[in-house]
Design a protein around this ligand. Structure first.
Ligand code: BTN
Length: 262
């Protein structure tokens, strides 16, 4: 079980986790972190909860957030980057989580654009980045990360059961959420510092190593709009690049990606 004092003392001296807010229950760690950021909480502040009553996913979806089993955390970042390139931060988080999960399941981890981390093609982690901007610059970014840790297959809602997974399902043993969280923040700090020092290129290169869809025919669905083509990469704004049937490169900025079966 988490304990704010122990988390804070293990994270002392680090950037990510220099302030720790642990909540037994919260509506959403992203909402809570956003309130803290508006009140001036510094970069590296983390919010972590045992359960969420209104866990948010992308596109107004619900993120299943039962107590006692998973990680629900939000991190406040304050890098003064242009609003247009803020999606890069989501990819920084994706690369960090993918690298960390590869320590448990080498070879099996993939990133599904824009921000799902998968093991064996099943989703184990979702990342929801939200931000406040002013004058074209980012004031703060909230990076919300949900990772399924000790949740059993039968505990997933029916509609997610076949395409989601958890660490216990993949490695076959209980994982200490406390140790996992400390190491997760370590990976996030490493990749965030790399981004601040070296820019987006190393992040993009690393992201592409995990991208299962590159070179494959895909479909991107956003509401009623469906785009198809071959996935060829991502650009510096984090947009997905596809080669469409007219052999033109198209930028895709939102949607759900799936492989097209031939
Ligand atoms: C997605 O894949 O749709 C993104 C899911 C993000 C879930 C996390 S859990 C911690 C943080 N708080 C939230 O309400 N959402 C994010």
């Amino acid at each position: 079980m988490f304990n704010e004092h122990d988390l804070a003392s293990r994270l002392s001296g680090r950037l990510i986790g220099n302030r720790v807010h642990f909540l037994k229950e919260v509506d959403s760690t992203n909402i809570y972190a956003s309130g803290l950021a508006r009140a001036g909480a510094p970069e590296g502040t983390v919010v972590i909860a045992d359960c969420q009553t209104k866990g948010k996913g992308r596109m107004d979806r619900v993120w299943q957030s039962p107590p006692g089993s998973n990680i629900y955390t939000s991190i406040i970042l304050r890098s003064s980057i242009e609003t247009a390139v803020a999606p890069q931060i989501t990819l920084v988080a994706g690369v960090a989580v993918a690298g960390f999960l590869s320590e448990y399941c080498p070879e099996d981890v993939t990133l599904k654009w824009p921000n799902d981390v998968q093991i064996g093609g099943k989703k184990i982690c979702g990342i929801l980045t939200e931000m406040k901007t002013s004058g074209g610059k980012v004031d703060f970014v909230i990076v919300g990360i949900g990772i399924n840790i000790n949740m059993k297959k039968e505990d997933f809602h029916k509609e997610f059961r076949n395409n989601s997974t958890s660490l216990i399902e993949e490695v076959g043993r209980d994982i200490s959420r406390f140790d996992f969280t400390i190491r997760l923040y370590g990976f996030l700090e490493k990749w965030y510092k790399e981004f601040l020092l070296e820019g987006f290129n190393p992040i993009k290169d690393e992201w592409l190593k995990y991208a299962g869809i590159i070179g494959k025919e895909i479909k991107v669905v956003l509401n009623d709009d469906i785009q198809t083509g071959k996935a060829v990469g991502i650009d510096e704004y984090g947009a997905l690049l596809i080669f469409d049937e007219k052999e033109k490169i198209k930028r895709v900025i939102a949607g759900d990606v799936s492989l097209v079966e031939n």
